[in-house]
Design a protein around this ligand. Structure first.
Ligand SMILES: [Cu+2]
Length: 169
C-alpha cells in the first residue's frame, strides 16, 4: 500500500523521478520494464520521403524492412509499465511512440502528406521523443490488458518497418 502511494506521488511529479526508477529497476511488484531498441541498417537506406508500405497491415513485404523496433519481451502484465528506449543507430534520430490497437490486421490512421502515423487519431498514449543516436529515454504508463503498438513516427520510418506489437495481459 505504501509503495502504491509512493508510485502515485512519483507519477504526479511530487517525488523525484529516480524514486520511481529505483523501484522499477529492481523488478519488484510496482512495475514492469520493457527494454526497447530502435534499430536501422547503419547507413543511408531507401528514400524515406516515400511510403514503403511496411507499417502494420499496410500489406508490404516485411522482409524489405530497413529499420525496426526490438523488445526484450513480447508481453507484460497489466499495470504500471516502463519502456526504456535506446536508439541503437549510429547516424539517425529515432523515437518510440505507444498507442493501443484493437487488431493487428487494422492499419493505423496514416497521414500521407507527412508520411507518418496520425498520432492523435491513433490514440497516442505517450512517447520517448526524438532520441539522438546512442541516447536512451523512458516512458512509464499504466496499461490495461490489450494489444499495443510501439512505433517510430519520424517521417517514413513507420512505413519502413519501424514498429512492434506487444501484449498486455
Ligand atoms: Cu525511426
Amino acid at each position: 500500500m505504501l509503495k502504491r502511494i509512493l508510485m502515485t506521488a512519483a507519477l504526479a511529479g511530487i517525488l523525484p523521478a529516480n524514486a520511481m526508477a529505483a523501484d522499477v529497476s529492481t523488478g519488484g511488484t510496482v512495475g514492469k520494464l520493457v527494454n526497447v531498441t530502435l534499430v536501422d541498417e547503419g547507413h543511408e537506406g531507401p528514400d524515406l520521403s516515400k511510403n514503403m508500405g511496411l507499417g502494420m497491415a499496410m500489406g508490404g513485404d516485411a522482409s524489405k524492412a530497413v529499420m525496426s523496433i526490438k523488445t526484450d519481451v513480447f508481453a507484460v502484465p497489466a499495470g504500471l509499465v516502463t519502456f526504456k528506449a535506446t536508439n541503437a543507430s549510429n547516424h539517425m534520430v529515432h523515437e518510440m511512440l505507444l498507442a493501443p490497437i484493437s487488431s493487428m490486421s487494422k492499419p493505423l490512421p496514416y497521414n500521407d502528406a507527412d508520411n507518418r502515423v496520425d498520432e492523435e487519431a491513433a490514440g497516442d498514449i505517450g512517447e520517448v521523443a526524438e532520441l539522438e543516436p546512442g541516447k536512451s529515454g523512458s516512458l512509464t504508463v499504466e496499461l490495461k490488458p490489450g494489444l499495443y503498438i510501439l512505433l517510430c513516427n519520424i517521417p517514413g520510418h513507420y512505413a519502413a518497418g519501424m514498429w512492434k506489437v506487444i501484449a498486455v495481459q
